[in-house]
Design a protein around this ligand. Structure first.
Ligand code: UDP
Length: 403
């Protein structure tokens, strides 16, 4: 686990000094985070990194979990899909299961924080325990186009919070409470993002039979139709007619996701017969993801729909030229022709790939701009600052509306 001083060479002393000043202002307050899991998923990943850093800064930060059985988590998975606007059959029984488990958690979870961060919908009903303390609903989901049935049910609880936090402006909903925008972040010192020795990268390339002497185009993504892996292969083929190159499509195991397996089969079918297409399954292997990103000539993220798109931040942080779709949080990270190239179609993606491959100096310049943009906006240190500023803002007037 990295210590706060280790971030000084990355973001500069002034940023760390600011964090210490903010932490000073929160002395005496207890900040309590509550979610539903300590491992797996982006929320747990961020809390695992943030909580020790905040404590080191002197903010008394603690992390508690709610409990739930299989049925409860099946219902909350349905809620999650419904909030994303996907079809989900949800009936009265589901709402009852959700409320029964929530009631048990109300009885069992000890609330002691002066400031309570509730992450995502699973623990949302705990707000019933609100007293004089400040409560924040930290929503990590894009709820701009939700199933109304689920949203209206949850909104009753959201309206009781002091504030709601979303990851991008387009993810939010009209609410009666104050809203804040806090984007996700990456940790530059994590296994996935720290600089790797060249030998380590080469060992990984060798392991997967990837050549060093041909450009490597990579997309790291779950095998999901919304990540458009077939579109990536088509774009690569259009490029390959002119420039000899390789393609890496790396994703998770997909064994827990029937649709993922189906997509993986389609991808394998489409890639058949081309030894330069590498389809890799990397179950939770942050070091190998890091190595593949680091070894790539260009990183793609040709999603049809996207949340924030952490893979883009990870790639830009490694100073890689990125070709990505203009969807979700991607345009927050890439300004077209400044910190990467945005595309809207397979043809557009192929054109952008060729542009980068034909002009390495242009690619290098945009990649360097991209890295600085991530340094200034999407590292964990900015995230720490935002959480502390938000905590402080709750004690100030309503005129502080956004960070
Ligand atoms: N990821 C990974 N292995 C994989 C596929 C993805 O470690 O096989 C990581 C990826 O590096 C990123 C996260 O999973 O950190 C995906 O986040 P993103 O916001 O890009 O997309 P999501 O999967 O949340 O839609």
């Amino acid at each position: 686990m990295a210590r706060i001083e280790e971030y000084v060479p990355i973001v500069g002393q002034a940023i760390i000094d600011d964090l210490r000043l903010l932490a000073e202002r929160l002395k005496g307050k207890v900040v309590q985070h509550i979610n539903s899991t300590s491992v797996g998923g982006g929320v747990a990943e961020i809390l695992n990194c943030m909580v020790p850093l905040l404590r080191e800064l002197g903010v008394d930060t603690r992390w508690d979990l709610i409990k739930g059985g299989d049925q409860f988590f099946e219902v909350t998975k349905k809620f999650h899909n419904a909030l994303h606007g996907r079809k989900a059959e949800i009936n009265e029984k589901d709402f009852n299961i959700f409320m029964e488990t929530s009631q048990r958690n109300i009885e069992e979870v000890n609330i002691y924080g002066d400031i309570v961060f509730i992450h995502d919908p699973q623990p949302i009903v705990l707000i019933k325990k609100k007293k004089e303390n400040k409560w924040i609903w930290r929503c990590h989901v894009d709820i701009s186009n939700p199933s109304q049935k689920v949203w209206q049910f949850l909104k009753k609880f959201v309206d009781k919070y002091d504030a709601a936090v979303f990851s991008a402006p387009t993810f939010s909903q009209k609410l009666s409470v104050r809203q804040f925008l806090i984007s996700p972040s990456i940790d530059p010192l994590s296994e996935k993002n720290k600089e790797l020795p060249r030998e380590t990268v080469e060992i990984v390339l060798k392991k997967y039979g990837i050549q060093k002497n041909k450009p490597i185009i990579t997309q790291i993504s779950r095998f999901d139709r919304l990540k458009d892996p077939l579109g990536v292969i088509t774009a690569y083929r259009q490029v390959k007619k002119y420039i000899d190159c390789q393609l890496i499509l790396a994703g998770g195991t997909a064994t827990d996701d029937p649709e993922g397996l189906e997509v993986l089969e389609e991808v394998k079918e489409k890639a058949k017969g081309d030894a330069d297409i590498h389809i890799l399954l990397l179950p939770h292997n942050d070091m190998e993801v890091n190595a593949l990103q680091s070894a790539s000539t260009i990183i793609m993220q040709k999603s049809l729909k996207e949340g924030f798109g952490l893979t883009v931040a990870e790639a830009l942080w490694k100073a890689k030229p990125v070709v990505a779709s203009n969807v979700g949080g991607i345009p927050l990270q890439i300004k077209h022709k400044y910190s990467g190239l945005l595309c809207r179609s397979v043809e557009g993606a192929a054109f952008a790939l060729k542009q980068f491959l034909n002009s390495p100096s242009y690619a290098k310049k945009l990649a360097a701009n991209g890295k600085e943009h991530i340094r200034n906006n999407y590292l964990i240190t900015r995230h720490l600052r935002d959480y502390m500023l938000l905590s402080l803002a709750l004690y100030h007037n309503e005129d502080v509306v956004s960070l």
